[in-house]
Design a protein around this ligand. Structure first.
Ligand SMILES: Nc1ncnc2c1ncn2[C@@H]1O[C@H](COP(=O)(O)OP(=O)(O)OP(=O)(O)O)[C@@H](O)[C@H]1O
Length: 651
């Protein structure tokens, strides 16, 4: 990523490709030779009739069993037929069966794998059980039996080998789908209100292409060996059509006198199988896909924690309200209480910041509000958007508001954008889906949107892919996408963490300006207190899944009362301090949310903790001036060393 230029000047959005992408392009010589060999063999097979070679079936076109000679570069077989022309013709069968079997396996296994991986649940269980049963069949014996029964022909061999490959295709495509379904750009598309089928075919399927292609090459090699073995046993295409396996079989009897009859087709077959494997392996490296870790964590039996009913407050409803939100993850280690009874309200034109150490539950809180939690999560409590109760909205209900009334900007713009779709395809999608625009209208509006978030040459950028743009540009694009349907609430989950320091401020200023211009509300997750001080109106401080302090940002950040907030502010780097000043840190580590400490969750790390803190959980109590804190022994108007002013001047 490279820094953008100062605002007002036109930064060049195109950058060099990321180092990883460059490294990937540096494919070694083995790969190039393998591709060259495959091009040669395929080209020869496709143009066999045009090549100046003797007829593959013309007996006695040379001395039987003679070695390489002019006119017969690889020699002749026992019947005096030209070996080279027979190998070239044999390639048609071997490659034809390989391609056909791969396509058949993919056509059946691909959609089934996508469906199982995307839908999961019952569909997954049915598909995978059937698949496991099929996988248990001894493949080669089955192939032998079917071909022997149905008769040896190219078609039968192709169908049998293709069908035998289906279970492996289902497994592969399901695994890749599962891994992509959890990626941030899919969550981002869901946050923009994309429907299930769109997510599956537009967001996930294009990403499955490369792993599938890599596997296709490996399968080609396997199928060729299988076809060769069947041909060797006389169960593939029958003479006089040459096949490589059949040629090896024919040459067996003359091994001692004319070994080249066996060696020539064996060498070609060996090199071709090797080349397919090599290309498949390299493509797999490109995808960075590993089979390990693709299995889904099975949803555990849920130890349901009863939800405490939280009544809605009286009076006109705020724009956004969360009441008693609680989110649990059921894991093999136990239940993680990631968000534990959080409530807040937010009005139009205001920014609410959520701060806290890593793992305190900030992101899970946002995802709980947006209904974007993984299946294994259990949520209780209520969420309201103005007068609409979103608590039991379900996937369909949430789609009505995601992208249109509530939109999200994620932390890392690289993972939030689909790497295999152009920026234009991604920015225009919500415009077409939610605002019913035609392709042309959406393109025009997308151009204007990109310009409004400070992207120069927007129409050129629309034609680019995410990896061609700098980090700041990518984040501007995700912001443009989030703003495309004029949301009422914008959620920004650490929107600048993945960016260069110089770009961070520009992005924050952009978000702030957009909030004001559009009169939106904003929920900002940040662990940068300087950003919070500069951009938030309200702040909630989270510790171990709970809100421990809440109130106007200015007041909380300058006069913290809860001892954790105080410690957090002390630990924040004071950028005005002289160089090498020792940073204060909060002693100890955040608690394990499976077994949080008794009493106040912060007590094991709190220098002010007393007996009561160890045994009684302090409630969040209002302390006047619109503030609340959860602490038995709060700080009394203590001015922390890092004040808002010092942070602002330093930052
Ligand atoms: N899918 C999950 N399964 C189990 N535990 C999870 C899952 N997602 C989050 N958690 C746990 O929930 C807790 C809160 O996580 P969350 O990501 O909200 O923290 P955070 O405050 O946003 O941290 P960070 O600043 O590092 O993003 C953590 O303990 C985390 O390990």
């Amino acid at each position: 990523m490279r820094p953008e230029t100062v605002p007002g000047t036109a930064p060049d959005p195109m950058t060099e490709a990321a180092p990883a992408a460059r490294r990937r392009r540096r494919l070694d010589w083995g790969f190039r030779l393998a591709v060259l060999w495959l091009v040669l063999v395929t080209g020869a097979a496709l143009t066999a009739d045009l090549l100046p070679l003797p007829d593959h079936d013309a007996t006695l076109s040379g001395e039987p069993g003679s070695g390489p000679a002019p006119g017969h570069p690889l020699g002749t077989d026992g019947l005096g037929r030209d070996l080279l022309s027979r190998i070239v013709d044999g390639a048609r069968v071997s490659l034809g069966v390989g391609v056909g079997a791969v396509l058949l396996g993919l056509l059946i296994g691909g959609p089934l794998g996508l469906l199982a991986g995307y839908r999961r649940g019952l569909v997954d269980r049915i598909v995978m059980t059937a698949n496991d049963v099929l996988l248990a069949f001894p493949a080669m014996v089955f192939a032998l039996a079917v071909v022997a029964f149905a008769g040896p022909s190219v078609r039968n061999v192709l169908i049998v080998l293709g069908l035998l490959g289906v279970p492996a295709w289902v497994r592969l495509i399901r695994g890749v789908t599962l891994s992509f379904a959890r990626r941030e750009f899919v969550t981002a598309a869901r946050a923009l209100g994309a429907r299930g089928r769109t997510l599956m075919w537009r967001e996930i399927a294009p990403n499955v292409v490369l792993p599938a292609l890599s596997y296709a090459f490996t399968v080609m090699a396997v199928v060729m060996i299988a076809e060769g073995s069947l041909a060797f046993l006389g169960l593939s295409v029958q003479p006089p059509t040459p096949t490589w396996g059949g040629m090896i079989n024919d040459g067996r009897s003359t091994m001692d006198t004319a070994a080249h009859i066996v060696l020539a087709p064996s060498a070609v077959m060996f090199l071709t199988v090797l080349a397919f494997n090599l290309v498949g392996d390299r493509l797999q490296e490109l995808t960075g896909y590993r089979e390990s870790g693709l299995e889904p964590a099975r949803a555990r039996r849920r130890a349901t924690v009863p939800a405490t009913p939280v009544p809605r407050r009286e009076g006109p409803p705020p724009l956004l309200e969360a009441a008693g939100l609680r989110t649990l993850f059921h894991t093999p280690r136990g239940t993680v209480r990631a968000v534990d009874g959080v409530s807040f309200t937010l009005e139009r034109g205001r920014t609410l910041a959520i701060v806290g150490e890593s793992g305190s539950g900030k992101s899970v809180l946002i995802r709980s509000v947006l209904g974007l939690l993984p299946d294994a999560a259990e949520r209780s409590g209520r969420v309201y958007l103005a007068d609409r109760d979103l608590t039991d909205a379900g996937a369909d209900g949430m789609r009505d508001v995601l992208g249109t009334r509530m939109a999200t900007v994620f932390q890392d713009p690289m993972t939030a954008l689909n790497p295999v779709r152009t920026v234009g395809a991604q920015v225009t999608e919500p415009l077409r889906v939610h605002r019913g625009m035609t392709r042309r209208q959406a393109r025009e509006t997308a151009g204007l949107l990109l310009a409004s978030v400070g992207i120069p040459e927007p129409h050129r950028v629309l034609r680019s892919y995410p990896h061609q743009l700098s980090g700041g540009m990518r984040q501007r694009i995700t912001i443009a996408m989030a703003l495309s349907c004029d949301p009422e609430v914008l959620f920004a989950d650490e929107p600048t963490t993945a960016l260069d320091v110089t770009v961070q401020k520009q992005i924050m200023r952009l978000l702030h300006r957009q909030r004001d211009e559009r009169d939106m509300a904003m929920v900002l997750v940040s662990h940068d207190l300087t950003v919070v001080a500069d951009h938030a109106d309200e702040v909630i401080v989270m510790y171990a899944g709970k809100v421990v302090e809440r109130g106007p940002a200015q007041s909380v950040l300058t006069r913290p009362r809860m001892r954790y907030t105080e410690a957090l502010l002390r630990a924040a780097p004071d950028l005005t301090a002289p160089a090498h000043t020792r940073l204060a840190v909060i002693d100890g580590r955040p608690p394990d949310l499976v077994r949080p400490p008794s009493g106040c969750r912060f007590h094991p790390r709190c220098p002010h903790a007393r007996e009561r803190c160890r045994t009684e959980d302090p409630p969040l109590v209002p302390d006047g001036a619109g503030r609340s804190h959860a602490c038995w022994y709060p700080a009394d108007d203590i001015k922390p060393p890092t004040t808002r002013e010092s942070m602002r001047h330093g930052g």
